[in-house]
Each structure stands twice: as structure tokens, then as C-alpha cells.
Design a protein. Sequence first.
Length: 218
Amino acid sequence: MRQETIENYLKTIYNLSANNTMLVGNQKLSDKLGLRPATVTEGLRKLHDLKHVIYEKSYGTRLTASGAKLALSIVRRHRIWETYLTKELGFGWDEVHEIAEELEHIKNDKLINKLASILGNPIYDPHGDPIPDAKGKILKSNFIKLSETKVKNNYKVMGVTDHSSSFLKYLEKHRLIIGAFINIKTIEDFDNSIILSCQKKELSISAKAAECIIVEAV
């Protein structure tokens, strides 16, 4: 099993497991990796043999301590690269994910730590995702999904969970970018869509989009 493949599996399992707090089912992992379920099952068995994961066919997969450590190092590389590409090279937040997918496999801690230092050791990437420090620790937060907000309360956009170019362009179009302040006007009973105000403009956000926007109460 190629090292790059191992890293892709471990990073994806970590991201799907809510920071390694939940078991990840095979179908969910298969969908995210874009691989056939049978291929994923074989890959998980190999990772189990390498002691990176504990794989139970009927229940799901979780990372071992060594697997989580490796996954966090990959996540750190990815998010540092995204931040560097955005802040230092001027790439848009809708452009950096795919580039970072390639750069994250450069295994050089000195390089990543140097980039982090140049950037001022950021704790969040351009999408609002927390960046693990050099020891793999992640800052805890009180962030919630936009779908969990309450009417009449004020919030600040802190991140997104969907990094697709189309979604990020959608947010930019409506100025729902990192740091934007919003007020919840109405939550529709029929479909849970949210009417909010952002920069003096009222917007209707679908329940699906609201699940992918991370906010903090202010």
C-alpha cells in the first residue's frame, strides 16, 4: 500500500470521525474517497494490519493512537499549505484545497514548521478549520453549525465544512465569508431554511447550506 494512499485513508477517516470521536462506516468512507466499497474494505484490512486503524466490518473503523498521530500530521500539512497559498501567494479560498491535496504528501516537518512560523503560527486555515500544532493538539472552540442557531441572535461566520469551489463561490457571492457578522431573522418550519441578514442584506439560506457553515455566537 503506497504511503500516499495510506495518508489519504487516514486523513479522510479522521475528518469523517469528528476528530476521531466517532466510528466511520465503510459506505461513508467509500463515498468520500470515490472508491468501490470492496476496494475500501481491502484498504482498511491493510491499515488494520499496519496497526493504524481498528476495523470491524459490522461496526466501522476508528483510528489507533498511531493512526491518529499520523492523520493529524497530514491534516496539519494540508491546512498550513492552504493558509500559505491564500495569505502569501494570493490564491482564493476556493482554489487552495485541491493544490494542498498534492502538497500535503511532502513529508518534511521542518518545512511545515517554517511555513507556520512565516504565517505567524495560525490556528485556523482559510476555511476556518483548526490547524493542529506541531504536537498534534487542536484548539477547542464553541463553534456551532448555522443550522443550530436561534432566531434574533447574532453570530460570526467562523468556517465551512464544504470546501467545494461551487459552495465557496456561493458564499462569496453573498458575502458570507470568514469573519462576516450575521443576524438570524427567521427559521422556516417547512424546510428549516434560514432568513438572515448579512452586511445589511437579507438572505435565504437552505437547510443543506446551513449544515455546512460554522458560526460563533457574539
